[in-house]
Write a protein that binds this ligand. Structure first.
Ligand code: SF4
Ligand code: SF4
Length: 383
């Protein structure tokens, strides 16, 4: 396992592979829902620690609010807690007072069976929430928690575009920021520019969705043929991870594993001696560019993400809605896209808010019939 520096402030050394606890194994019922299979999940978490992973990411809301408790149970015995960093996130939107914010943290500490959280995140900051977060003095509340020893680091997770990311990053000396990146998103979401900005500032950077919710693990035949033509044989999973391992600015790449086999494969990839920053040569970068182009050619709405159509007076995140729809088409599976679209719904940016004023259509250089396409995207992606 490779270990990396975690920004400039906390002095942590963390495994380059972190375990995300939002896709733990479950007892599935007929509808695809189900509670966590605690026995399997605990075995996987302890296997991860035994094989060098020292970074565990969870959130209050994951697995219907049970993920933290499963992680706490797995780490309680044999001093496993002392070997790892626990990182969790608080859903600021559902708590309206400072007392509720504190109660929520106390509840999380109980579930995690620990006296402190190593890094505590404001979960999923989005552009419309940012002013509210500042006004409600949530960061100041977290600083009190830190002074009391209940948390060590203060951080945020972010699903959104670069301008708001820049604003949030520069506002405060965060210990860490967590963003979505993978080789399809180098010019989307917060973009690869966010990686460089975090590195320049010395803020630890953690990556989520490195395989786009697992979609990049099962490529279409044309993509597989591109990978297979390269003399060094690698799985699609390894290509996806190596794109991120290549960046020296990234501290940890989270993998939300569901099976022990996936976990073993990930550990093997991250344990290779050359799984280090700078691991991609120019030929390999060109291969990933070709793969990206192929995926993009499958997208059905020709949105480039230029954002000329923004701001929408009703707050619709037009490129965000189109990108999630295109993901569903590209991967032939709308389930991850629906999950991702739900973030837009939670933050009042989804396509249902379109009032058909037509302002955006006049500004779109691709002449997309935005109003109709938004209706189609919403019908497909709504929960
Ligand atoms: S047409 Fe809809 S999406 Fe476009 S600017 Fe008007 S309200 Fe926003
Ligand atoms: S202006 Fe057109 S191409 Fe650009 S982000 Fe908006 S919808 Fe997409």
């Amino acid at each position: 396992m490779q270990y990396r520096t975690y920004g400039k402030q906390l002095g942590f050394k963390v495994s380059a592979l972190g375990m995300g606890c939002m896709r733990l194994p479950r007892h599935l019922n007929g509808t695809g829902e189900g509670d966590v299979d605690t026995e399997k999940a605990i075995a996987m978490i302890r296997y991860a620690v035994d094989h060098g992973i020292n970074y565990f990411d969870t959130a209050y809301g994951y697995h219907n609010k049970t993920s933290e408790a499963v992680l706490g149970e797995a780490l309680e015995q044999d001093r496993y807690r002392d070997k790892v960093k626990i990182v969790t996130k608080q859903p600021f939107g559902v708590m309206t007072t400072q007392a509720e914010i504190r109660r929520n943290l106390e509840n999380t500490l109980k579930k995690l069976r620990t006296d402190h959280i190593d890094v505590y995140l404001i979960h999923n900051i989005q552009k419309p929430d940012w002013e509210d977060i500042k006004k409600r003095k949530i960061i100041e509340e977290y600083e009190k928690f830190r002074a009391e020893g209940l948390i060590r680091g203060i951080a945020f997770s972010y699903h959104g575009l670069l301008p708001t990311f820049k604003e949030v990053l520069s506002f405060y000396p965060w210990d860490m920021c967590q963003i979505q990146q993978n080789f399809l998103d180098v010019e989307r979401e917060a973009t690869a520019e966010a990686i460089h900005l975090a590195g320049q500032k010395g803020t630890a950077l953690v990556i989520m969705e490195p395989l786009r919710g697992g979609s990049l693990a099962t490529p279409p035949a044309a993509v597989k043929a591109i990978y297979d033509a390269y003399p060094v044989k690698r799985s699609a999973v390894e290509w996806g991870f190596r794109h991120l391992i290549n960046y020296p600015e990234i501290s940890t790449i989270l993998s939300g594993v569901t099976t022990l086999e996936q976990l073993k494969e990930d550990i093997e990839i991250f344990s290779k001696p050359d799984a280090r920053p700078g691991c991609l040569n120019d030929t390999e970068k060109a291969i990933l560019s070709r793969v990206r182009s192929h995926y993009e050619s499958l997208a059905s709405i020709p949105c480039t993400g230029c954002e000329y159509c923004l701001p929408c007076p009703n707050g619709v995140n037009i490129p965000g809605a189109f990108s999630k729809y295109n993901d569903g088409v590209m991967f032939g599976n709308f389930d991850p896209a629906k999950r991702s679209y739900s973030f837009l719904t939670m933050s009042n940016q989804d396509a249902s808010l379109c009032a058909a004023c037509g302002e955006c259509e006049q500004k779109c250089p691709q002449h997309i019939d935005i109003i109709e396409r938004l209706k189609m995207a919403h019908e497909t992606l709504k929960a």
